[in-house]
Design a protein around this ligand. Structure first.
Ligand code: NAD
Ligand code: DAU
Length: 373
């Protein structure tokens, strides 16, 4: 039986991971530690909130002593560290919070694990403990179109404040294994999409804008490439690494699924047109959408100023995680995107709830006066 401390469990991937773990590891206990920043949402944990194995603590990973107290109190065997500031555009407008949470917050957790697991418990049962750190492919920088995908030995070359803060955290995690013998693993994943994703990221932003008939802001020429993975597949990969990965190792996770941004936006437009054409209820629920009156959703595509320092291409070579821990994605992009669209259509109160909070301010700040048709 494992007792997990999941940081950032009220965010997009963290909440999906909590759902995954509770349904596939009965008998395990989960403590979620989450500061509930703008990105954290208790509604994403509602389906598990009354489960006897689930506890929620509102708190900041940067708070000295808090994580150590939780490790002792709940006799935590496994830390799964998602908590982070995660949006590249926000890191460009205001990097400080990224350095605070992503670097110093990760260090607080590492110190707590070292103190409780290695010092106070004198390393007893350490073979059964694990600190799993969730990282990103963005630490490797940008690829040219002819470059091979990133492997675990690709040099670090982070280009945004977000990516630099995640790279710094990865180095600290590595150092705590090398220097103190803390049993760590790290996974560096590509772009996720799916249920509960905050509508500041490309796919959910486009979906909610399509439904309400707002412009679809495509940065630059729209030809930047990302490698997309359905979030439940990412959660399965993390599960495989926690259970079968070797301490001290890093694993790249991706879907071998490269797409240009503009092609994704067009694909979403065509799915939306198709859904509205066959479902009269959608046409009356979302009258602001062009598809509600039979117009093509693509009319909303709007090229806007490029993201500063915008990485051109990410791609992951997932051979190691497939070979060493047996990970294999279960969704294709087609099935994953259709599930995602259905989820957003069936969970309107979830995303409307976000848009009624501080969301409007962010959209105003990020996209104001940027539309250039
Ligand atoms: P998210 O922004 O949706 O959620 C982050 C969560 O962390 C929120 O619940 C927030 O309240 C919480 N949090 C933020 N600061 C905190 C603090 N100081 N203390 C405690 N909790 C805090 O992020 P996400 O997209 O779910 O990403 C989760 C992790 O996965 C991050 O580490 C991110 O770098 C990594 N990652 C994300 C993707 C992706 O495509 N979204 C891909 C690869 C890796
Ligand atoms: O690669 C993994 C990373 O993926 C994670 O580490 C990050 O936490 C996550 O946010 C994501 O970063 P990206 O910057 O790749 O994701 P985002 O959804 O913000 O953007 C995807 C692409 O779409 C990127 O090339 C920028 C572009 N884009 C994004 C937005 C929000 C647009 O063209 N228009 C937009 O409005």
């Amino acid at each position: 039986m494992r007792r997990l401390l999941v940081t950032g469990g009220a965010g997009f991937i963290g909440a999906n991971f909590v759902h995954h773990w509770i349904s596939s590891h009965r008998g395990d206990a989960i403590v979620v530690l989450d500061a509930l920043t703008y990105a954290g949402n208790m509604a994403s944990l509602e389906p598990v909130s009354r489960h006897s194995a689930f506890h929620f603590i509102r708190g900041d990973v940067c708070t000295q002593g808090l994580a150590a107290e939780l490790l002792r109190k709940h006799d935590i065997t496994t830390i799964v560290h998602f908590a982070a500031e995660s949006h590249v555009d926000r890191s460009i407008l205001g990097p400080d919070a990224f350095l605070q949470t992503n670097i110093l917050g990760t260090h607080e957790l590492l110190k707590a694990a070292r103190q409780v697991w290695l010092e106070e418990r004198k390393g007893e049962g350490i073979e059964a403990r694990r600190f799993h750190h969730i990282s990103t492919d963005e630490v490797y920088g940008s690829l040219a179109s002819s470059d091979p995908p990133f492997t675990e030995t690709s040099p670090y070359a982070p280009n945004s404040p977000y990516a630099a803060s995640k790279a710094a955290a990865d180095h600290l995690v590595r150092a705590y294994h090398h220097t103190y013998g803390l049993p760590v693993t790290t996974s560096n994943c590509s772009n996720n999409y799916g249920p509960y994703q905050f509508p500041e990221k490309l796919i959910p932003l486009m979906l909610v804008n399509l439904l309400d008939g707002r412009p679809l802001p495509v940065y630059g020429d729209g030809l930047n490439v990302r490698d997309w993975l359905y979030v439940e597949d990412h959660c399965r990969a993390i599960d495989c690494v926690i259970n079968q990965g070797a301490a001290g190792q890093t694993y790249n996770v991706g879907g071998r699924n490269e797409w240009r941004n503009l092609d994704i936006v067009r694909f979403l437009c065509s799915l939306m047109d198709e859904a509205f054409a066959r479902d009269a209820a959608l046409r009356s629920r979302f009258p602001g959408s062009p598809a509600a009156t039979g117009r093509a959703s693509e009319e909303l595509i709007n090229f806007v100023r490029d993201r500063p320092g915008h990485d051109r291409r990410y791609a992951i070579d997932a051979s190691k995680v497939e070979r060493d821990v047996g990970f294999c994605p279960q969704e294709t992009f087609e099935t994953g995107i259709r599930k995602t669209l259905d989820w957003f259509l069936n969970h309107e109160p979830w995303w409307r709830g976000i848009m009624n909070r501080s969301y409007g301010e962010w959209i105003q700040r990020q996209y104001q006066s940027e539309h250039r048709g």
